[in-house]
Design a protein around this ligand. Structure first.
Ligand SMILES: NC(=O)c1ccc[n+]([C@@H]2O[C@H](COP(=O)([O-])OP(=O)(O)OC[C@H]3O[C@@H](n4cnc5c(N)ncnc54)[C@H](OP(=O)(O)O)[C@@H]3O)[C@@H](O)[C@H]2O)c1
Length: 282
């Protein structure tokens, strides 16, 4: 089976650079999808309380026959639970839902700078507690902009291990990426194929044809060569295999640059802007 490279985080733990995302997989389909993904070889699953499918991720991992330590599990704190006591209870519920005594990575899902009197720092300090008590092997953030990262650095003594942000060829997000990387934070690129929106791009199609690869494989390979972590989502086992088969070809520097050159800046963003996003699910 293909060996997926790992990246060492700033706390010394190692994360598989390629995983499997379960956003928008309905709970009733999640056990099956994660089971198939583990069969293909994925050993890193990215879920969130917001996705309502943590329990089904947990049952699939438990039923797989794999040791818990063979699978890297990430979940995220939902937007309604930023106050530290709420975060502590939410984290307990996440562990119970996943059926595990620890997660490998736990993230603040969104910074919500317009809510909670702008306080995401005390939320972060609660996550650091989970790290220190061993129940979150690593902790990080998601959708944090440069100013949010700077504030954590200035006001706390713990730098996030990762920042999970929207990154794909139409939103390279390089300002946030480079800022975070300079702080020793690993980037996780969410919606790595822009939920399919970049796959018909002629430039990507041309590069894919030159390598005898699919557009999805070329875009995922571009992320890996940039040093980011990805976890494409699919419920289709064929595509699970396609998205996992990234380690026997390499993009040349000019191909990397051509894909990066497709950046549309803010126009390319497909998800909410983290500076203003304030949705709290029921
Ligand atoms: N932190 C955050 O705020 C945040 C936000 C969004 C996502 N995420 C994480 O990032 C993960 C990935 O992002 P995403 O799910 O938004 O989008 P994505 O992985 O970029 O794209 C998923 C979509 O592309 C299709 N697809 C997958 N592989 C394909 C292939 N080889 N060829 C053609 N189409 C393909 C899937 O359809 P089928 O399923 O029908 O194959 C699905 O519609 C999520 O699952 C989640 O874990 C995090």
């Amino acid at each position: 089976m293909t060996a997926v490279p790992t990246i060492t985080l700033n706390d010394g733990t190692r994360i598989p650079q390629l995983g499997f995302g379960v956003f928008q997989i309905p709970p009733a389909e999640t056990h099956e999808a994660v089971t198939r993904a583990l069969e293909v070889g994925y050993r890193h699953i990215d879920t969130a309380e917001m996705y309502r499918n943590e329990a089904q991720v947990g049952t699939a991992v438990a039923a797989s026959g794999l040791d818990r330590d063979e699978v890297f599990l990430t979940s995220k704190l939902n937007n309604g639970f930023h106050r530290p006591d709420d975060a502590r209870r939410a984290f307990d519920r996440t562990l119970a839902a996943l059926g595990t005594d620890h997660v490998d990575l736990f993230l603040i899902h969104w910074p919500l700078p317009t809510l909670y009197e702008g306080d995401f720092v005390s939320t972060w300090e609660a996550l650091v507690e989970f790290h220190r008590d061993g129940r979150a092997r690593s902790v990080g953030v998601s959708n944090f902009q440069t100013a949010h990262l700077d504030r954590l650095a200035a006001e706390t003594d713990h730098v996030p291990s990762v920042n999970q942000i929207e990154v794909h060829p139409y939103l390279t997000n390089d300002t946030v990426r480079e800022h975070a990387r300079a702080m020793g934070i690993v980037i996780e690129a969410w919606s790595p194929i822009a939920q399919g929106a970049v796959l018909d791009d002629p430039e990507i199609g041309k590069i894919a044809a030159a390598h005898g690869r699919t557009p999805a494989q070329v875009v995922l390979r571009w992320h890996l060569q940039r040093g980011d972590v990805v976890f494409p989502k699919t419920v289709n086992p064929e595509r699970m295999r396609e998205n996992f088969d990234l380690f026997s070809f390499e993009l040349a520097d000019d191909e990397m640059a051509a894909i990066t050159g497709l950046d549309r800046g803010e126009r390319g963003r497909t998800g909410p802007n983290p500076d203003v996003f304030d949705h709290v699910p029921d």
